[in-house]
Write a protein that binds this ligand. Structure first.
Ligand SMILES: [Zn+2]
Length: 447
């Protein structure tokens, strides 16, 4: 691959130009700004590598599907998105978010990290491979959607209606980054799921004078009593059956968790805390972060909370809860168990409103595709990778892959200080060029 690496170095300026061109085109899905122009630009770049292109129409923005059939036994797929987040607050940007600026080895633009840098770097990798070796060792597929930043409402539609287009030996997913300080590449294998609910507890028809509390029940107390049955001070979630579906960790899972970097002192200093929950540290902390489901009170509201005092008996109390879910748990089952739990503890009157949910997705850590990617990372970076069994956060991976056993691995050109969704979004030029090489190595190693 030395020849290919040299070719990428020699083409660096041109490949950066391709990225600048895509970043200068706004494509804000939330505001329907520049989406059609961006779609055409993505197709323009896919034509540079002779991909056969199909536009999959949806009620929203189309999914651009590309294919290069080389007649080889293995197929590699790239999932990326061509939409970006809105750029405001504009005054916090040092340069124009849609006029790419390069300063001290960094490229600044809205979408450069999330996720145009990755999208274009995949195309550059294929381009470089074709120029240097003429023949591709694998078939390639590209699934580029335009709705990731608004929750990917049509990914499931794609998975259900085009199973043959989804068929592949492995997906390189968007995301992935490099440690901004230690420079170690991050390879991640999945995401946690999420189940977001509101619990609503109602009392009298309207707020009352608090003297009536002697005889009228207070929904705020009642909600607190219900919450007390959901989680204890040992951080255990007490909903019956909640942990039953959780898949136990394998040796390989634990080995990958071990590779994570987590600077405990720096985090404590930054957050101004003295300890982590249950005083965990070392391996145990990393395991909790990636493999433990959570139940979090995100907000709680009842009665009078403004300045001074108001002696009132509230008529309603509400709490917003999120559950981060791990492999084999689902948002639907979580809501069902929560309902049963509240009912069996005498809280039948408390209403559950589910606002959104995502199933977790994890690539089997034993899957051989992971080694193909890890070997490719080794071929390019000197530093050993951090292997994240899954991110502590959630993403729509499951919408595309849930009904399949397709392995998905995240590698990318951003870094942990890339300011995703925020002002001054950026990547390092060096990470972009290295990322092109890693993708080319994945093509080679899978072949
Ligand atoms: Zn994003």
């Amino acid at each position: 691959m030395e020849r290919l690496h040299q070719y990428v170095n020699s083409k660096a300026d041109e490949y950066i130009e391709w990225l600048i061109e895509t970043c200068n085109q706004p494509s804000v899905s939330a505001q329907n700004r520049g989406m059609s122009e961006m779609k055409d630009l993505v197709k323009f770049f896919l034509r540079k590598i002779n991909a056969e292109i199909e536009e999959i129409e949806t009620d929203g923005y189309p999914i651009i599907y590309g294919e290069i059939n080389s007649g080889k036994p293995k197929t590699l797929t790239f999932y990326n998105h061509y939409d970006v987040q809105p750029e405001d607050p504009l005054h916090e940007w040092t340069s124009d978010p849609f006029k790419t600026d390069i300063r001290e080895g960094q490229i600044f633009a809205r979408g450069v990290a999330d996720n145009k840098g990755n999208l274009i770097s995949r195309i550059c990798a294929v381009h470089a491979y074709q120029q240097v070796y003429k023949e591709l060792p694998v078939n390639l597929k590209f699934i580029f959607e335009g709705e990731e930043e608004v929750g990917s409402p049509h990914l499931k539609y794609f998975a259900t209606n085009f199973p043959e287009k989804l068929q592949t030996d492995g997906i390189i997913w968007e995301g992935g980054a490099r440690g901004a300080i230690d420079k170690r590449p991050h390879v991640s294998l999945g995401v946690k799921g999420i189940c977001y609910v509101e619990l609503i507890c109602k009392g009298a028809n309207y707020d009352l004078h608090s003297s009536e509390a002697a005889v009228i029940e207070n929904p705020a107390w009642r909600l607190i009593w219900a919450l007390n049955t959901i989680k204890n001070e040992q951080e255990e979630i007490l909903i019956k059956g909640f942990y039953d579906d959780v898949t136990p960790l394998t040796q390989k899972d634990k080995q990958f968790i071990q590779t994570m970097d987590f600077n405990e002192q720096e985090t404590k200093d930054m957050y101004g805390i003295n300890s982590f929950v249950k005083n965990v540290s070392g391996y145990e902390l990393k395991e909790r972060l990636t493999a433990a489901p959570t139940c979090t009170i995100c907000g709680i509201d009842s009665g009078y909370t403004a300045e001074g005092s108001k002696t009132v008996l509230p008529s309603i109390a509400m709490v917003k809860l999120d559950f981060r879910l791990v492999p084999n748990q689902t948002p639907e089952r979580t809501v069902q168990l929560l309902r049963q739990h509240l009912d069996s503890n005498g809280f039948e009157d408390i209403e559950i409103k589910q606002s959104h949910g995502l199933t977790p997705f994890n690539t089997d850590t034993e899957h051989p595709f992971i080694n193909v990617v890890l070997k490719s990372v080794d071929n390019v970076y000197k530093e050993p990778p951090v292997i994240l069994r899954n991110l502590a956060g959630s993403s729509p991976m499951s919408k595309l892959l849930n009904e399949t056993s397709i392995p998905a691995v995240q590698i990318g050109v951003a870094n942990t200080h890339s300011n995703y969704h925020a002002p001054n979004e950026n990547i390092f030029i060096d990470d972009y060029i290295q990322g092109i090489k890693v993708t080319a190595n994945v093509i080679n190693n899978l072949g």
